[in-house]
Write a protein that binds this ligand. Structure first.
Ligand code: T5A
Length: 222
């Protein structure tokens, strides 16, 4: 049986990494207890950018702070995210799904729409075309949008320490990104679910588990 792709999306500091970690633990626990009899092969956690070894190089170029005449242009940025995705889809996501894994992916195509489309204000139809080329048409089975106020997200990451090139882009950029995710929620409907990311991590994790639980029942006839 083909696996399923669950994507986590959201602004900087919305807690995707934290929630993916919680969800993986919850799924592994259920798996080892035999609570998921028709469960897929296993769980794989991955991310964009940087889910492959080539992607790690691309990620460094994308996130390393750069300024002045040699800085990365918005178009180069868009193409690098597309290249990372093409490599990741073909080398990691498709093989994992074909072997029946449940894949938890930190960011996917909606990030490009939100960051490069709304944030950098690049052409949205060009982004759609690039996303189609990079994914070969592979879309998520479920996208969880960790919805958080922009200032709260930026506060979380500045408290954490060093910030990368995208995180340094300024509040107006991040507000446009948030607007991009809001617009995506309207386009995708029930496969793109907003989760309030402002409560404590354990509370958010419970909400995520409730949603994923309902989908697991539907996918695997539990
Ligand atoms: N990007 C990506 C694009 O521009 N276009 C694209 O197409 C793609 C795919 C990726 C960057 O690339 C951009 C978006 C990004 O800027 P990244 O390092 O992967 O870079 O960046 P993020 O995905 O944003 O990762 P972050 O680590 O910054 O954010 P997370 O994963 O959402 O948050 P997390 O879990 O690491 O938590 C951040 C901090 O908040 C705390 C955590 O302890 C941590 O300190 N926290 C909470 N605090 C209070 N309450 C909660 N509920 C909390 N949850 C977490």
């Amino acid at each position: 049986m083909r696996g399923k792709l669950i994507v986590f999306e959201g602004i900087e500091g919305s807690g995707k990494t934290t929630q993916i970690h919680h969800l993986r633990q919850w799924l592994d626990h259920k798996l080892s207890n035999g609570e998921l009899p028709n469960y897929p092969t296993g769980v794989i956690v991955t991310r964009q950018p940087g889910g492959t070894s080539i992607g790690q190089h691309i990620r460094q170029v994308l996130l390393k702070p750069s300024q002045g005449p040699e800085s990365l242009t918005s178009t180069s940025e868009l193409l690098l995210y597309a290249a990372d995705r093409a490599q990741h889809v073909e080398r990691i996501l498709i093989p994992a799904l074909e072997t029946g894994h449940l894949v938890l992916c930190d960011r996917y195509t909606d990030s490009t729409v939100a960051y490069q489309g709304y944030g950098r204000q690049l052409d949205l139809s060009l982004i759609d075309t690039l996303n189609t080329i990079a994914t070969g048409g592979l879309s998520s089975d479920l996208t969880l949008w960790l919805k958080l106020d922009v200032t709260a997200g930026l506060e979380r990451i500045t408290t954490r320490g060093d910030t990368d090139r995208i995180e340094q882009a300024g509040i107006e950029f991040h507000r446009r990104v948030h607007k991009g995710f809001t617009a995506q929620a309207k386009v995708h409907g029930e496969k793109f679910i907003a989760v309030d990311a402002s409560p404590a991590p354990e509370t958010v994790a419970q909400h995520v588990q409730t949603i994923v639980s309902a989908y697991l029942q539907q996918w695997y006839a539990l």
